[in-house]
Design a protein around this ligand. Structure first.
Ligand SMILES: Cc1ncc(COP(=O)(O)O)c(C=O)c1O
Length: 409
């Protein structure tokens, strides 16, 4: 009998796989929404590729090139399987979630977007899932419609049935807000949009690593995320396109690697997903992403997510006791991140003070300026947790905040 391997659910054990914490033992890393750290297995896989396997793909018949190409395509299969895509060829590799959204806007939606049409997004979108649609609407005489956000930081879906109508070209919505932590009911939004045969893009940048996404069940039309927020490398993104849209996809960049035949007069392109991957891709990064997925599959994500939610709730309660501190929103369902501000102190000063205690947090608008404008807050400090954060990290954060408060008052 094959013994099934025990999945990891202890943050302290998991932390040992991340060499950055042995390099910097005092580091309290609470900026996981910006990028996660990389486990040793991913670092080794990428290094090994550079040391022993490096070759460009697609254009070589020699062994190294063929092997690299094979690994690259194996990564595509691994990603498709991980997200339970209906077919392997639904996954294109891009430079990141930002580029993936731009591709959907420019290579799929633009061709049929007419004056008087509309695009629906929410007020809590990251600029990456707002500006491409804003620009597209402006250029094509279409209207950008906004799903509002309540004071608590939840999407207000009461008007969804009028926001989405027969002229809606796409609904593009974030799964987990990178500023509030809100977990949005994307299933409900997809159902409402599909009733009118409107496609839905899900921005899964903040959810892809730890919240199981089953694309076959979810049935969204497009999904985007970034490898570097999934324990993988920078510069690699994922774009999922449902098979029903494959024939509509046009090349995004023109160049080598995406053609069936070329004459000086015309070009015949490969089909989706290959026609989106012009030029030489980040082969090491893509292969590293497959390793990151292997790493994620060693984790007991259900248990870890539960622990992370508990830890984030503890952090909320403890931080709320710091005099003058206001938490931004209190969504019905929230993930492992929170934002706050402190009376009389600029978030950048708070982040600098925390840095003195080796605590890494992010301060600013988190690429969600319209959301912060709406909530009447110029900027916040954002604390975002991942699988290697422990209760002691939260105690250090709260202790440092309290020390800061007494230092400044
Ligand atoms: C919700 C969300 N969407 C999109 C992005 C853009 O990701 P990238 O910068 O990797 O393209 C981010 C990055 O923080 C994000 O948090």
């Amino acid at each position: 009998m094959v013994e099934s391997k025990k999945l990891l659910n202890d943050p302290t054990d998991i932390k040992q796989q991340f060499s950055i914490f042995s390099e910097f033992p005092e580091l309290v890393y609470l900026d996981n929404a910006a990028t996660t750290q990389r486990p040793q297995s991913v670092i080794n896989r990428v290094n090994n590729f550079h040391q022993r396997e490096n070759a460009s793909i697609r254009r070589g018949v020699y062994r190294l090139s063929a092997r690299a190409a094979q690994e690259f395509e194996a990564a595509r299969s691994a990603v498709a399987k991980f997200f339970r895509a209906p077919q392997e060829n639904c996954i294109a590799f891009t430079q990141g979630a930002t580029e993936s959204v731009n591709i959907v806007a420019r290579s799929i939606i633009e061709a049929t977007l007419k004056p008087g049409d509309n695009v629906v997004v929410s007020l809590m979108e990251h600029h990456a899932n707002l500006i491409p649609w804003q620009m597209l609407c402006q250029a094509n005489g279409a209207e950008l419609r906004i799903i509002p956000v309540s004071e608590l930081g939840d999407l207000d879906l009461s008007e969804l049935d009028t926001l989405i109508d027969a002229r809606t070209a796409i609904v593009a919505v974030v799964h987990i807000s990178n500023t509030l932590g809100t977990i949005n009911p994307v299933e409900k939004i997809i159902a409402a949009a599909h009733q009118r045969e409107v496609p839905v893009l899900v921005d899964a940048a903040q959810s892809a690593a730890l919240y199981p996404i089953d694309l076959t069940n979810l049935d969204c039309d497009f999904m985007v995320c970034s490898a570097h927020k999934m324990f993988g490398s920078f510069g690699v993104g994922i774009l999922y396109v449902h098979p029903r849209y494959h024939r509509q996809v046009q090349p995004y960049n023109y160049g080598g690697g995406i053609i069936r035949s070329v004459t000086v007069k015309e070009t015949e392109f490969l089909s989706y997903p290959y026609l989106l991957e012009a030029g030489t891709p980040n082969v090491a990064g893509v292969i590293g992403l497959a390793e990151a997925i292997r790493f994620i599959e060693t984790l007991d994500r259900t248990s870890l997510v539960k622990q992370l939610h508990q830890l984030t709730n503890d952090a909320r309660q403890k931080l709320a006791s710091v005099e003058g501190l206001s938490l931004l929103g209190n969504p019905a369902l929230s993930s492992s991140l929170l934002s706050f501000s402190l009376d009389g102190m600029h978030p950048h000063d708070i982040a600098s003070f925390l840095n003195e205690d080796h605590i890494a947090v992010r301060a600013g608008q988190h690429c969600t300026q319209p959301l912060l404008d709406h909530l009447g807050v110029p900027a916040t400090v954002r604390v975002s947790l991942s699988i290697y954060n422990t209760p002691s990290d939260i105690d250090k954060l709260v202790g440092s905040m309290q020390a800061m408060k007494s230092f400044w008052t």
